[in-house]
Design a protein around this ligand. Sequence first.
Ligand SMILES: Cc1cc2nc3c(=O)[nH]c(=O)nc-3n(C[C@H](O)[C@H](O)[C@H](O)COP(=O)(O)OP(=O)(O)OC[C@H]3O[C@@H](n4cnc5c(N)ncnc54)[C@H](O)[C@@H]3O)c2cc1C
Length: 433
Amino acid sequence: MDVIYDCLIIGGGLAGLTCGIRCASNGLHTAIISGGMNSLHFSSGSIDIAGYNTKGEIIKKPFDYLKTMIKENSAHPYAKTGIPGVRESLNFITGKFMEEGINLNHNNDMNHFHVTTLGTLKPTFLSQESVFNTDVADIANSHNKIAILNFKGFRDYYPEQTAANLKKNSMFKDKEIILGDISLPYYLNTEKNLHEFRSIDLARIFETERYLPRIAEEIKKASGGASIVSLPAFIGIRNYKTIRSKLQEMTGKFIYEIPSLPPSILGLRLDNALKNSFINLGGEYIAGERVVSGSIKNNQVEFVTTRNSGNIPVQSKFYVLTTGSFFSGGLAAGFDNISEPLFGLKVKGENKRSKWYNSNFFDRKSHPFLGFGVETDSKFNPVSGSGKTIKNLFCAGSVLSGYNPVSEGSGGGVAVSTAFKCAERIIKEIKND
Ligand SMILES: Cc1cc2nc3c(=O)[nH]c(=O)nc-3n(C[C@H](O)[C@H](O)[C@H](O)COP(=O)(O)OP(=O)(O)OC[C@H]3O[C@@H](n4cnc5c(N)ncnc54)[C@H](O)[C@@H]3O)c2cc1C
């Protein structure tokens, strides 16, 4: 069997794509096999590094807090990437996003708040320029009226709920909030029931240039005297910047987006941008395919097989497992056990089901199962079921153990930094070969 790839990445979410881009940009023959949707399609499209401490308090300066995080938990993935590694990886990926036309804003190394679908404010580190961020907060502070709009017939967003929760926040408590619905022109020409529309259908309507003047008129009508207007985040997937600035010009209002229920257009923008970047660098992106098994011999991955390749093995010098957590199938839960399904890797977590979750669903400490995952050494090499380190396999992203993305608010940062680190190790090994 000939070695086909330098690096084969299993899973094409934020971690897999970051690793792929880093490897491909160093000239490695790299492929990503990705089975389906990833967490970005469900996310707010912002990248969190560290939002909360162990008491659930909000972290203002995440990079300062990483020192405490690592001190308190030496098994944390950030302890293995190192703090400079986190910064380097974020600089790298924001650069790649910028090349693809997406500016991710941060607030001078501090966390900022973004408004969630529910109208709560959540700390994050990097946000798209079109959502609520520090700049929007400054503009909102200087106006008394804001409008929160939805689309007639769209069932996946409730502006009343957003407004009610925003009112609980000191920044919004004295504001007059105007709620309104806008009707989209496309509705007039379709037989489709309005209730069947999802965020992607709406984003496509925004991308149809000739509809924009009519949409602008609807926005003006529905927003009353408010000069700041929020819409659920549907202002196009690819050319959202131009669409937003045209709508702002046509309405004379400042428009920002609020993340919506999945599929998340904000997340899709990031996903598209990373895929483009990877493919433009010569990477091979194999979509809709799943790795079904991996063969390990002499503490090395020999090959993997995929759903469509049958018994034909796919080989690489190095492999990176970025299959995500339970949500994406990277970890599996049996009745009383958890496992990593492809290689049978050693997993850290509780087997006793009653210890997987807290009785309070919304407990600030979140649920223990979110911290379960594959155990690795300091280089992100995992340990096989027989207890041996596998040298040509690396693990990154939410398949890893040692951290809780929800209670820490660290999901995006861990995915990017661990993936980048794995890529760096592979690049080094290939160069030394
Ligand atoms: C609902 C949700 C919302 C989130 N919101 C945010 C947020 O706003 N900000 C933030 O910073 N973090 C957020 N996170 C956390 C963060 O998005 C994730 O930690 C990060 O994106 C995980 O990336 P990943 O690449 O490790 O895994 P994933 O994104 O889960 O990707 C794994 C990929 O692997 C594929 N796969 C699995 N098994 C196989 C197989 N056998 N063969 C081939 N492919 C396979 C899956 O189909 C999937 O595409 C959120 C997470 C979730 C679940």
